[in-house]
Design a protein around this ligand. Sequence first.
Ligand SMILES: Nc1nc2c(c(=O)[nH]1)N[C@H]1C(S)=C(S)[C@@H](COP(=O)(O)OP(=O)(O)OC[C@H]3O[C@@H](n4cnc5c(=O)[nH]c(N)nc54)[C@H](O)[C@@H]3O)O[C@H]1N2
Ligand SMILES: Nc1nc2c(c(=O)[nH]1)N[C@H]1C(S)=C(S)[C@@H](COP(=O)(O)OP(=O)(O)OC[C@H]3O[C@@H](n4cnc5c(=O)[nH]c(N)nc54)[C@H](O)[C@@H]3O)O[C@H]1N2
Ligand SMILES: [Mo]
Length: 742
Amino acid sequence: MASSVAGHKRAFGTDTVPGSYEDFELADLVVLTGSNLAWAHPVLYQRLLAAKKARPAMKIVVIDPRRTASCDAADMHLALAPGSDVALFNGLLAAIHQAGAVDAGFIAHVDGFDTTLETAWADSTTVTELSPEELTEFYRLWIKTEKVVTVYSQGVNQSSSGTDKVSAILNCHLATGRIGTPGCGPFSITGQPNAMGGREVGGLANMLACHLDLENAEHRAAVGAFWDSDAIPNAPGLKAVDMFRAVADGQIKALWIIHTNPAVTMPDADRVREAIADCDFVVVSDITRCTDTARLADVLLPATTWGEKSGTVTNSDRTISRQCPGLPIPGEARHDWDILAAFGRTMGWVQDFDYRSPTEIFREYAALSGISGKFDRDFDISGLADLSDATYDTLSPRRWPITPHREGGRFFADGGFFTPSGKGRMVPVSHRPPAAALTAKRPFRLNTGRLRDQWHTMTRTAKSPRLSAHMPEPFLEIHPADAARLALEPAALVEVTSDHGRAILRALVSDAVRPGEVFAPMHWTGETAPCARIDALVAPVTDPVSGQPESKAAAVSVHPFQSRWHGFAVSRRTPTPNSEYWALARTNAGYRLELAGAQRPDDWRIFAESLFDLSDFELQELSDPARNLHRFAFSQNGVLSAALFIAPEPLALSRDWLAHQPGERDSRVLAGRAPRGLSDPGPQVCSCFSVGVNTITQAIAEQAMTSVDDIGLALGAGTNCGSCRAELARLLVSGQACEAAQ
Ligand SMILES: Nc1nc2c(c(=O)[nH]1)N[C@H]1C(S)=C(S)[C@@H](COP(=O)(O)OP(=O)(O)OC[C@H]3O[C@@H](n4cnc5c(=O)[nH]c(N)nc54)[C@H](O)[C@@H]3O)O[C@H]1N2
Ligand SMILES: Nc1nc2c(c(=O)[nH]1)N[C@H]1C(S)=C(S)[C@@H](COP(=O)(O)OP(=O)(O)OC[C@H]3O[C@@H](n4cnc5c(=O)[nH]c(N)nc54)[C@H](O)[C@@H]3O)O[C@H]1N2
Ligand SMILES: [Mo]
């Protein structure tokens, strides 16, 4: 029983001022495992770099099969075999024990130490494919450094052994008592800006609001009494993957999809898309009608988005921040809470859903969390249950719990845990490989993840020419040895196939990935590159406890895509491509488009006219049909509207110069390159200040720059969000950027 811990000494700490301690800055060792912090959490990453700069003795270790931008500032990069984190951390636990570094005093507050240690000893670190020297050095550093923060993200969670990976990490922190004290602790860094808030309000199928348990009859009764409801379910609902299976099976006949794009981001995405399309009744609440999921809706509800809505978000360190709108509500859009409340009233609960503002909802939620406090749970913000409208509007960031007795502070340091016994729990875990075995037919491990300048399915970020300039085309990172074996030509397109689906992507040959492994970003969709919906390849295999899909470990084959022609186009208006491969990106002048196909059209001029829908325009053409080279430029009154370049091979063009040409008068676009004397900034590196790679490398050479700060002073690059600083550092070293499309 949860209440049996009453009286147990809890480490609530004394610190009540958020921001006055920051474990990230206080740590002497920060381990990033399964986290590309530099790109996925750039603000936090810059804080980490600033801390390291102030205290160079601070160490950073990155554990990732791939060499990411986060490795640039790391003291050590462990390129472990995908899915082998459990074995790595089991090895660490064994090494902790062997070194006599177990904190016996703290272990008294922890259950399961002996069996966990025994299981860890039985595991072998060879599956990590790291050298004995790498392992020894990492273990030595971790063990000798008291203040360690181990940060983990989707490289850990999105796995059929994700929960075990997390347990293996926690076991090491529990064994050493490195939890809850300044500069110490495991740190799950979530992604959505309000991921923590979502969990607190019960936004999962297996939990009640405020960290209360669906399976616990007392919790259910208390929540039921609070809401005067006898309909609180006593069993968890279906988690996402199972839910879409139930939609496909016809067990679920109506769906309301709010603020997510599952036709793209769920594993086995083609089946999910079919299931949604075949579902009897689908409602989608979104901010745009142009998403793969929204296009399948029977009813589309326009919602407001970030910048338009008012409320609070909670970040990973339990800080609740007020968000105020800066923009008016567009068109007929309504806030998500307002749509839901209107629906509740329509269902007959007129009084219960009679909310007039987010403040009213927040007060109710804060009062509800008092129940959680009574059950001795961690989440309790009942201290805010009576706040006035005015106080809510000016709420400064506050770290929970917030009760009349305490605010913020640390958990766990004195060994008080939110378990029935009040003790921490070590969980014995053993290595399990990713579910899909590699075979002769599917010999590559497909890793997936995020890019610096795109957000998930790009429904917002793809609108920005600046953000689209960083990586304008979907790609597959592949090791040079594999590329050579597959005889891939430079900038070749590859066909990637799994048992579930297929994609066509641009090969990006790079030794950042290990041989036998490939990496593709998750962002492209039916709107931007229908051939690059990467979750079509991912199997619907999940972790048995969390239900999280194994999104980073599909077994795939890779072959050159047999394209008979390649194309590149720029246009002021949205083009309408329908070739086998296409990828569209916004530019300041309109759009840029990559194309390829296995079949050659009969007439390229007709092809061009229908692509741009521009038959009445002035046409310039430069063709060599024998070599299958064609170039078209469409203008009106001397102003360029669109241009198309076709060749049998991938095209070598000044794409970034071309992208600026639509809208220009008398453009000499058919040359495909900037006329002599005109500068071509090259692919964009700094999105904040739109600085291209050519501008940077030229400045480095001409002004003999030696540091990223020099580049910042001269060009501004890297001085705002800082997420390109790793690339600037690389440019200083190599003088050239790696760019997917070039
Ligand atoms: N720019 C940008 N930032 C974002 C987002 C975005 O879409 N764009 N999304 C946000 C969201 S919701 C989330 S959840 C976070 C995710 O943030 P992260 O988890 O940091 O991002 P990912 O790129 O998904 O994956 C991180 C790394 O895990 C590695 N990895 C793969 N397999 C393994 C493995 O078996 N073991 C280990 N140790 N590592 C492995 C991958 O190579 C990858 O570099 O990002 C958030 N921030
Ligand atoms: N292969 C692979 N797949 C993955 C991942 C991976 O790493 N690899 N990562 C997984 C992870 S961690 C995540 S978080 C998911 C993300 O997957 P999704 O959540 O499906 O992706 P988003 O593009 O963020 O979708 C959000 C949708 O909500 C809309 N929207 C934006 N603001 C609002 C609003 O205020 N109200 C409403 N109603 N709608 C709004 C957007 O236009 C968009 O259509 O992808 C998962 N899938
Ligand atoms: Mo996420």
